[in-house]
Design a protein around this ligand. Structure first.
Ligand code: URA
Length: 240
């Protein structure tokens, strides 16, 4: 017996968090009966229907690494009709992005239909490192670099970058390229960090995710993760 939200997430229908939301909103039926309890346990034989779709419990797990172009949102659909990252990947499985890159952010994005795998990568306690190249307005002073290294409080929570490095500065254009590595996954976090010290981000590109990079992939291209890469990413789960 497994928890209902886990079975839904494992089927690739959506993330576990989304599954919990769907259950509490009354969108999930088990053997024809409405279930709104999050702890409900189900077996292999139970028929689960989410929002009118019967969950297939025997689907193949898929794992992709995409070099996201700008102009795509990290979602599986958009009510405003904007392009979504899943449009870029040819598959019949219901894959979804692991975490979020902004509409105008480019770079490394993982997509999967494996809910447990996505949870490992997104859970803050596993501290998965993400490295961004940010083009910022203005030139950072020594004091500002020091403040960044010490940590910046964003929405009440301090973010201490793992690493920060100035890649290049353009005094004439008054802008700087900065490489920053963080374990944080909050939305817009890199833009908020630099904005909070008076240096808005003009361009943002995710260069690395854990040990992965986008080398060899043109913008908009993707590849499968190898079995070894998937195992290494799963191994990032910290023991309790
Ligand atoms: N931080 C941001 O500000 N934007 C992204 O897309 C990712 C991290």
């Amino acid at each position: 017996m497994e928890r209902l939200q886990k079975v839904i997430a494992n089927s690739g229908y959506c993330s576990r968090r989304k599954a919990e939301e769907l259950i509490t909103k009354g969108k999930v039926y088990v053997n024809g009966e409405l279930v709104k309890e999050l702890g409900t346990k189900v077996s292999d034989k139970d028929i689960i229907v989410v929002d009118g779709v019967t969950i297939n419990k025997e689907i193949r797990k898929e794992y992709y690494l995409l070099n996201k172009p700008r102009g795509y949102i990290c979602s599986v659909s958009d009510d405003k009709g904007r392009k979504v990252v899943t449009d870029l990947i040819e598959t019949t499985e219901r894959i979804y992005p692991v975490g979020r890159l902004d509409y105008d952010t480019t770079g490394l994005l993982i997509l999967t239909n494996d809910g447990d795998f996505a949870n490992i990568l997104m859970h803050p306690s596993n501290e998965v490192e993400k490295t961004y190249l940010a083009v910022i307005e203005g030139i950072l002073t020594t004091e500002e670099i020091y403040a960044l290294k010490e940590g910046i409080v964003i929405d009440g929570v301090k973010v201490i970058p793992k690493r920060i490095k100035i890649k290049s500065k353009d005094i004439n254009k008054n802008r700087e390229k900065v490489i920053i590595t963080i374990v944080e996954g909050r939305n817009h976090i890199v833009k908020k960090i630099f904005e909070s010290i008076g240096h808005p981000v003009n361009k943002l590109h995710r260069e690395k995710y854990a040990f992965l990079d986008v080398k060899g992939l043109q913008s908009g291209d993707y590849r499968y993760l190898t079995n070894e890469e998937v195992s290494k990413l799963k191994a990032l789960k910290k023991r309790k």
